[in-house]
Structures are given as C-alpha cells and as structure tokens.
Write a protein that binds this ligand. Structure first.
Ligand code: NAP
Length: 260
C-alpha cells in the first residue's frame, strides 16, 4: 500500500478528475477528505470509497473560493482525523469560455477566485502542519491552459498560469522540508467539464455534438480525450514516496498536445 496511514484532502472530489484521484489514493490505503459545493456528490463518493476500500472518508461541503469555508472544512477534517492532511490535491476548478470582449469582470474574478485563490486558500490551510511534520505533498490540477493560450479562454488560462507560478515558487520555498509541490496539466479529459464545453460549442456554433467532440479529440496527436484515471495515475506517483524526487514540475497528461 503506497499511501497507508496518509490523509489526502481532495478538492472537487465529487466527480470527474477529483473523484478518480480519490479512488486511486484510497485503493492505496489513504484516508480521504473530499470537498466540493455539491454535498450530495461528495457524500456519494465518500460512501462508495468507504465501502469499496474500507478506508476512513469525510465529505465536506465547501466553496474553495471562500476562506472561511475552507477554514471550517480543514478544522472539521482535523477534528475527525486528528491532524491535517499529508497530501493536498487542489483540483476544484471551473471553466467558462467567452471572447475577450465578452469576458466581463465577474467572469474574470470567478476564475481567479476558484482556480487560483481557492488553491491559495487550501494550501495556506494545509502547509503549516506539513512543515511541522517534515513531509507533505501538494498536487495542483492545472491544465495545458496553464502553459499555453487558446482563443476564448483568457480568464481560465490566466488562472491556470497563476497556479503554475504558485506551484513553482512554493516548491522552491519548501523543498528542503520534505514537501513536494507539483502541478498536473491535463489536456481535454473525459469529464462533465468537457461535456459542458461540447454543449457550449454546439449552442454557439451549430456544430453537432459529434463534430464538436471530434474537434476536441483532434487537439491531441492521440486523437482522443484523456481519461480521469490517467490523470489520477500521475497524481498517485506524485503523492507517493516514490515520487519524492519530482518537485516544482508541471507535467502534461495530454497525449502530446503541448510539448513543453
Ligand atoms: P468537473 O467534472 O466539472 O468537476 C469539478 C469539481 O470541482 C467538482 O467536484 C466541483 O464540485 C468542484 N468545484 C468547482 N467549483 C468549486 C468551488 N468553488 N469549491 C469547491 N469545489 C468546486 O471538472 P473536472 O474535469 O473533473 O476538472 C477538475 C480539474 O481539472 C479542474 O481544476 C479543471 O480546470 C482541471 N482540468 C480539466 C480538464 C478537462 O478537460 N476536464 C482539462 C484540464 C484541466 P461543485 O460544482 O459541486 O462545487
């Protein structure tokens, strides 16, 4: 068991990539705390995992954009598990598309608040105990949009570029303390976020859903979407003892869409 006696706190653990990471970690013996805004989804994943793997789980209703919410969620996890997480996965995220001239300040702020400041809030809550313990793993689910740009995603791409800046700086700051900080940069993943993107393309362009899906697939030289389990497999390596030499990296899981 690679993660026996470890507690992982996973934001956005109610579906998609966060859910897959929670399963991958629990399969290796980790206890998991799952935080998202939709209580029913985190409850359901926590129950499924507890019954399948027999590990301790906790479902937390939490908006990562809200510092008080995050403080309460970490306090509740600490109460149940007798301490803070060994592993933090900052996965909660939103993605909306709009031409820049239709990107209003509210949309801009929403992306920064959830994707970037949410990562800051949870990292601030988790790091002090990791420093005390002299061991920790922080895994930020960024995006290839954190490395490169694309039309209609200025707010999303800016927030994910910010996540990479945070990742790299913090990795250098805490590298001597037994803590690694890394980012995963997926391409298009087969989750609800991508399904919503496809629905949006259909609504805005009149393309069929099949054509929209083909366009997204063709962004990858593998001509397919990445699976959430493939992202989770890398998260597991980064979380494990075996991954201790990997620090400050932003690793693509995108089939080769972006080559840096
Ligand atoms: P998803 O299916 O939409 O799941 C997103 C998760 O984040 C949900 O559990 C959602 O739950 C949670 N979340 C959203 N806003 C939140 C908030 N303010 N506070 C707490 N939780 C929040 O998306 P996904 O595809 O799994 O994406 C997960 C991460 O991967 C995101 O950071 C995304 O940007 C990144 N990513 C995805 C893709 C892709 O193609 N799907 C590609 C690259 C990167 P609630 O809505 O209930 O809060």
């Amino acid at each position: 068991m690679k993660l026996a006696n470890k507690l992982a706190f996973i934001t956005g653990g109610g579906r998609g990539i966060g859910r897959a990471i929670a399963f991958a970690f629990a399969r290796e013996g980790a206890s998991v705390a799952l935080a998202a805004r939709t209580r029913a989804q985190v409850d359901s994943v926590a129950n499924e995992i507890a019954s399948e793997f027999g590990v301790e789980t906790l479902a937390l209703e939490c908006d990562v954009a809200d510092a008080e919410n995050v403080g309460r969620a970490f306090a509740r996890a600490s109460e149940q598990f007798g301490g803070g997480p060994d592993i933090l996965v900052n996965n909660a995220g939103i993605a909306e598309t709009a031409p820049f001239t239709k990107t209003d300040e509210a949309m801009w702020q929403r992306h920064l608040a959830v994707n970037l400041t949410g990562t800051f809030h949870c990292t601030s809550a988790a790091l002090p105990e990791m420093l005390e313990r002299g061991w920790g793993r922080i895994i930020n689910i960024a995006s290839i949009a954190g490395k490169t740009g694309a039309p209609y995603i200025s707010a999303y791409a800016a927030s994910k570029h910010g996540v990479l800046g945070l990742t790299r700086s913090l990795a250098l700051e805490v590298g001597a303390n037994g803590i690694t900080v890394n980012a995963i940069c997926p391409g298009y993943v087969d989750t609800e976020m991508t399904s919503r993107g496809i629905a949006n393309i259909v609504a805005k362009t009149g393309k069929s859903a099949d054509d929209a899906l083909s366009t997204l697939k063709r962004a990858s030289p593998q001509n397919r979407l990445v699976t959430a389990a493939e992202v989770a497999a890398l998260a597991l390596l980064l979380a494990s003892e075996e991954g201790r030499g990997i620090n400050g990296q932003a690793i693509n899981v995108d089939g080769g869409t972006v080559l840096f």
